[in-house]
Design a protein around this ligand. Structure first.
Ligand code: G16
Length: 544
């Protein structure tokens, strides 16, 4: 099979963001755009020549076409074995699991996560390294550097491969293995969680659950694990068939987009436990009856209860959270006498800590949590963790979380997103805040005394790499915080995120409404950054 060299020209907008290269589908459809980025991966990752590469995606529009392009280019670039999920599907955590299990040299995951799909929607490519985790910044910068000079790419001529038939075939010298996307992941979950106990909980007849797969990749995983292996009744998994346009919705597991489970877990007839996952299966939302668990609280509860879960019964070594995530888990770490690391936003920053055994659990406010079982955040894993916990403690979700607050205090938390604002205005807003930082410590803002104000900088404790300008932090004497940063995952204009946190030790106050508690901080945050004047927006697009 002859490899041909096809001429193209470098694109100047292929710098990976928080989580890979995310663009509109139509950007990826521009001739040579996808191919150039792939060639940059092959050029910068020399281990792939003669090595093993894992490929799969969340099933969104353009997934199948992109897999065929990867097959042709992988063959031309000397990949020895290509492992592909049947149908071109692999959830992000399953891809991580498979890279690790089969000791692949890396993986390409096709996903724009929770962003909408379809011909007018978004598409994305992430490269994961041999540890199964998202490529760290040194690697993504290398790939980006290659994209600036790539002016030709290698491919072979080949008819499209049938992606739906499990089995092996040769493409020239390269072995292509089409595998069941669920089996390896399900096997790993059975090792971590007490499936027998969860099965008993479901068979007791007094426990009802719903899982919203949002027409995205987790459907097949959830059907198999929850319904077939754990015996949850048929219908527990809703929207379980992956669709190229996610049924026209946003595969974003939050209170707005996963509203069906919010409604069906409300009131006396509501289910006991409900959860959702996103486009590529790495995010999760946890609900009890009439009860929303913030992702920050979910991480803290997991850390405090890990010893009750089969795979973590020997305890956890340490925890990490992204900087804007609430400090709830810090309190648990302190109580347990273990380290708690604060990293920039982006799962890739947990990689070294996980690899080096510094942490067992980690998570983010953006509906992500995970452990050292794979090198990605993992939606269904979090759901199984909660299921296992509910089966062990035989309490409701609300009881478990309110007891947790009683012990550790409550970190009220909210996030305001201003989406699609002008990039220049957003950058000017952050620049202006940055200028104000030196004068803020010691000053009073609306009755809150500023303890520190900085632009978060992170020095990786393992490799010493430094990541600067990761978000403006304003910390108050009472433990409250305001954080501002610009999203690295949007595909249109800029998204300003404002993260707000207030700590309350008094259990009498724990039942208050989050919006009411946060109102004074919201006022300070919007005025300090002059959000209305600078962005023209009086209200955020989304509040979570
Ligand atoms: C990605 C990253 C996460 C990050 C999230 C939001 O998640 O993997 O680490 O927290 O984006 O990032 P930003 O605030 O920059 O938009 P996902 O699920 O979108 O891949």
């Amino acid at each position: 099979m002859k490899s041909t060299l096809i001429c193209s020209h470098p694109f100047d907008d292929q710098r990976p963001g928080t989580s890979g290269l995310r663009k509109k589908v139509r950007d990826f459809q521009v001739p040579h755009y996808l191919e150039n980025f792939l060639q940059a991966i092959f050029d910068s990752q020399s281990d792939l020549r003669g090595g093993t590469l894992v490929v799969g995606g969340d099933g969104r529009y353009y997934n199948r076409e992109a897999v065929q392009v990867i097959i042709r280019m992988a063959a031309a670039n000397g990949v020895s074995t290509l492992i592909i999920g049947q149908g071109g599907l692999l959830s992000t955590p399953a891809a991580s699991c498979i890279i690790r299990k089969y000791q692949a040299n890396g993986g390409i995951i096709l996903s724009a996560s929770h962003n909408p799909g379809g011909p007018d929607g978004d598409f994305g490519i992430k490269f994961n390294t041999a540890n199964g985790g998202p490529a760290p910044e040194v690697v993504t910068e290398l790939i980006y550097a290659c994209t600036r000079t790539v002016d030709c790419y290698r491919s072979v001529e080949l008819d499209a491969i049938d992606l739906d038939v499990i089995g092996e075939q040769r493409v020239g010298e390269m072995l292509v293995k089409l595998i069941d996307p669920v089996a390896d992941y399900a096997e790993l979950m059975a090792k971590l969680f007490d499936f027998e106990l969860i099965r008993k909980r479901f068979s007791g007849g007094d426990f009802r659950m719903l899982f919203d797969a949002m027409h995205a990749v987790t459907g097949p995983y959830a059907h198999q694990i929850l319904e077939q292996q754990l015996g949850a009744k048929a219908g527990t998994v809703i929207n379980g068939k992956p669709k190229a346009d996610f049924g026209g919705g946003h595969p974003d597991p939050n209170l707005v987009h996963a509203h069906e489970i919010v409604e069906r877990s409300s009131g006396t007839d509501g289910v006991d436990f409900a959860a959702a996952s996103d486009g590529d299966g790495d995010r999760n939302m946890i609900l009890g009856r009439d009860f929303f668990v913030t992702p920050s609280d979910s991480l803290a509860v997991m850390a405090a209860n890990a010893h009750l879960i089969k795979g973590y019964r020997d305890g956890i070594r340490g925890v990490a959270r992204s900087m804007p995530t609430s400090q709830a888990v810090d309190r648990v770490a302190e109580h347990l006498g273990i380290s708690c690391y604060e990293t920039p936003t982006g799962w890739k920053f947990f990689g070294n800590l996980l690899d080096d055994g510094c942490i067992t659990l980690c998570g983010e406010e953006s509906f992500g949590s995970g452990s050292d079982h794979v090198q990605e955040k993992d939606g269904l894993w979090a759901v199984l963790f909660w299921l296992n916990l509910l089966a062990v403690r035989r309490q409701s979700v609300a009881e478990i979380v309110t007891e947790h607050w009683h012990t550790y205090g409550r970190n009220f938390y909210t996030r305001y997103d201003y989406e699609g604002i002008e990039i220049e205005s957003a950058e000017a807003l952050i620049a202006e805040l940055r200028k104000q930082l030196p004068r803020l410590p010691g000053s009073k803002l609306g009755g809150y005394e500023v303890e520190y104000a900085d632009d978060f900088s992170y020095t990786d404790p393992i490799d010493g790499s430094i990541s600067e300008r990761q978000g403006i932090r304003i910390g108050f004497k009472d433990g409250s915080r305001i954080v501002y940063r610009l999203s690295g995952t949007g595909t249109q204009g800029a998204t300003l995120r404002v993260y707000l946190e207030a700590y309350e030790a008094d259990p009498e106050q724990h039942g208050r409404e989050t919006a009411e508690v946060m109102a004074p901080l919201v006022k300070i945050a919007t005025e300090l950054a002059e959000i209305k004047a600078r962005t023209g927006r009086s209200d955020p697009t989304v509040i979570t």
